[in-house]
Design a protein around this ligand. Structure first.
Ligand SMILES: Nc1nc2c(ncn2[C@@H]2O[C@H](COP(=O)(O)OP(=O)(O)OP(=O)(O)O)[C@@H](O)[C@H]2O)c(=O)[nH]1
Ligand SMILES: [K+]
Ligand SMILES: [Mg+2]
Length: 513
């Protein structure tokens, strides 16, 4: 029997051969489309509208010609050095602006191609003149949305998860979103998936080596046991990564918080208080809100999509009934529900309040009632006891004491949307709940951020089940399971079938990125 190391070497070599041979495996190589597209592209990369400085980016083989024609640069430029130049029209030689030009020699650029940047004055007329001048040059055309990044991807500068991270970074609206996106753009998530791919490749190599050489006794029996435990270990890691309760995805898209409760409890007033503008109509007429009113908020760095809904009651009005139906539907989909209660309706005897609130919760939100599991309710609900300005202070304090003693209920906060009393305490509770729902983007393993990743990871795990299923009956089929799992992982990082998803990803990119 050969020593194990030799078996490893053989199996790795064997796998290389089979990868070349099998069409499904062929896709596993890094994308190798020509790094240099024949066309040179340009775009305004800074934001639109009047600004101090605007950045126009150029990428492609004609970039040096562009600098020669528009910035009068004849000799080879030092790369990555800003030079103050007169920027002129290439045909008429008219002065368009005075600005900085930079030159990036490929492959040491964002796209991997020869690139240039013009930092010009940000007035609309200056920008238009420079873009028009660029467009007049032969072989140079305006870039499509995300085209610079697409070229960077094809040049192997970024993996697909990094591209997605970059897209998220551009769209990040809150601190926590920025942190998560930056981490993904830096490649942490991509590295995690690539590490899994690498380990799966080793497993595959070993199984295939076993298939080919075990009969000649050239390989140790223990190899398969090693594969078994590696596959189990990987399954555990992927499943743990999947079991994140959608924290990363939630942070990326925003936590769905829904305001619900009886009519006139002050739901719309709460929405307006939280978003600090009169987004929803407030009136003493019960049944004012019918449609769902949405607004996005930044709660302590975390993104929240807050919805106000129709007051929950039986109504003979068909429009109101539709509003109530929509409200209930929203509550079902919510990550967190703020159940607003008019605190003047609470029993005057504080001891009766906990039971009253339990009862109230089960009528207002039957799916979150104690019967449906109070644990679920206390994780997904916050009770807002509104109009506290109308409750005597002494009664409020005694009620608060009672509520602290009744652990079965979701957290409850007294609040007045009129005077803002209690707002700070409520915001603290809300923020900590939202934070738990999103997780800390900086600690622990990087989070799963996209439904697309989740789908491929689930398929990967299913494929690994095939390995166990056929392990003792048909090793070729078992190996196919591992190969399939690898393909699914490859689809996340873009090593397999990237073209189909690129269009979807870049659709959300801006021009100039
Ligand atoms: N005193 C007092 N009145 C409040 C407070 N919050 C709301 N109100 C009043 O309560 C009434 C109902 O407020 P809304 O915000 O319209 O209540 P709602 O729950 O959205 O009502 P519907 O949309 O009809 O279900 C209005 O007259 C508000 O001015 C509060 O904190 N204190
Ligand atoms: K109302
Ligand atoms: Mg309302």
């Amino acid at each position: 029997m050969l020593p194990c190391t030799c078996g490893l070497w053989r199996s790795a070599f064997h796998t290389l051969k089979t990868f070349r041979a099998s069409p499904s495996a062929r896709g596993l190589c890094i994308p190798t489309r020509a790094v240099c597209d024949a066309e040179t592209i340009f775009a305004l990369s800074s934001g639109h509208g009047r600004c101090g400085v605007a950045v126009v980016r150029v990428s492609g083989p004609a970039s040096s010609m562009v600098l020669r024609n528009m910035a009068g640069l004849t000799q080879a430029l030092p790369p990555r050095t800003a030079l103050l130049r007169r920027i002129t029209d290439p045909q008429s030689k008219e002065l368009l602006d005075r600005g900085l030009v930079l030159w990036f020699k490929g492959p040491h650029s964002f796209t991997g191609e020869d690139s240039a940047e013009f930092h010009i004055h940000g007035g609309p007329a200056v920008i238009t003149a420079v873009l028009q001048a660029l467009g007049s040059l032969e072989g140079v055309r305006p870039a499509e949305a995300g085209e610079f990044t697409r070229r960077a991807f094809h040049a192997g500068k970024l993996g697909l998860t990094e591209v997605e991270g970059l897209g998220d970074l551009i769209h990040a609206e809150t601190e926590a979103q920025r942190r998560q996106a930056l981490r993904q753009m830096d490649g942490e998530l991509g590295r995690l998936y690539q590490d899994w791919s690498y380990r799966l490749k080793r497993c595959l190599a070993h199984v295939e080596a076993f298939i080919d050489f075990s009969e000649d006794e050239l390989i140790e029996d223990g190899v398969l046991n090693q594969v078994d435990s590696s596959v189990c270990q990987l399954e555990t890691e992927i499943e743990r990564h999947l079991k994140d309760e959608r924290r990363g995805e939630r942070l990326r898209t925003g936590v769905q918080v829904v305001i619900a409760g009886a009519t006139n409890a002050g739901k719309s007033s709460l929405l307006n208080t939280l978003c600090q503008r009169p987004a929803a109509i407030v009136s003493p007429i019960a049944g004012t809100t019918r449609d769902i009113v949405e607004t996005s908020l930044d709660i302590g760095g975390f993104p929240v999509l807050l919805s106000d809904t129709a007051g929950l009651r039986d109504s003979s009005d068909s429009v109101e009934r539709e509003g109530v139906r929509r409200a209930r539907q929203r509550v079902e989909q919510a990550d967190l529900t703020l159940v607003v209660v008019d605190s003047t309706q609470l029993p005057p005897d504080p001891q009766l309040v906990p039971a009253f609130l339990q009862e109230h919760l089960s009528t207002v939100l039957p799916s979150l009632s104690p019967e449906a599991g109070m644990k679920a309710a206390s994780d997904r609900v916050l009770l807002v006891l509104n109009k506290s300005d109308l409750v005597p202070e002494e009664q409020r304090e005694r009620t608060e004491g009672e509520l602290r003693e009744s652990p079965g209920l979701p957290p409850a906060c007294f609040l007045s949307c009129y005077t803002s009393t209690g707002l700070e305490d409520f915001l603290t509770v809300l923020q900590s709940r939202v934070k738990t729902l999103c997780g800390d983007p900086l600690s622990g393993a990087p989070s799963l951020t996209q439904a697309r990743h989740r789908a491929h990871l689930q398929q990967s795990v299913q494929a690994l089940n095939q390995y166990h299923q056929y392990r003792d009956q048909d090793l070729a089929l078992a190996a196919e399971g591992v190969r399939l799992a690898l393909t699914h992982l490859g689809r996340i990082t873009g090593r397999v079938g990237a073209e189909e998803i690129l269009d979807i990803i870049f659709r959300d990119f801006c021009i100039g990125k």
